[in-house]
Design a protein around this ligand. Sequence first.
Ligand code: SAM
Length: 222
Amino acid sequence: MSSQKQMLQDIEREVDSTRYMIGRSALSQQVMDALLAVPRDAFVPLSERRCAYYNGPLPIGCGQTISQPYIVALMTDLLYADSNDVILEVGTGSGYQAAVLSQVVRQVYSIEIIETLSQRASETLSRLGYENVDCRCGDGYLGWPEHAPYDGILVTAACPEIPPPLISQLKSGARMVMPVGPSFGYQELVLVEKHDTGEVSERKILDVSFVPLTGNHERGSC
Ligand code: SAM
């Protein structure tokens, strides 16, 4: 069995063992197909390539990580995205989550605060032909207002609060998934829904451990 198929089996096992917390015993076939289609080894540094299909986070340089495949799959599934959707990702990192999202939606906008990572991810994504992903360097706390409102927002760095600019850039009826809690240690993965009435509800999904959302949230670019 290929290591990529093994990674999918590991994700399925972890979904099953967390089913009572995440409210599902399997993820959508579309999301699993996206995980199978994207070569994770192309998004990790050479030194990590032999572990690329390990179901865990890996270092990508600049003190940052590529997220655990199970978490990438779960966050994508929680969005309930469809093929016409335009999604904002905050925290491009390696570009892997953006590539997975690009398989299930029409357009992905992804913002990263570290210029080196933003440039590298942008190069990787265009070299691999992911034409429906646009990247930029900036403070994602502020979102990317030029392309708002979004059908979904996915934040891959932890913040003690849900950034108000992201709520206002979310369409009515749309969802946002993000880790909410302290900068270090554990946070809660939260599913945010903006209802047609404009009301916002939050549901805690499970404990996670993400790197912090940095920046002074005043600057729009780096
Ligand atoms: N989604 C990434 C991937 O697939 O590789 C993994 C993201 S990593 C866990 C979190 C990323 O968020 C880091 O690259 C970090 O630099 C970035 N980040 C932190 N604060 C940010 C901010 N205010 N705006 C944008 N990106 C930020």
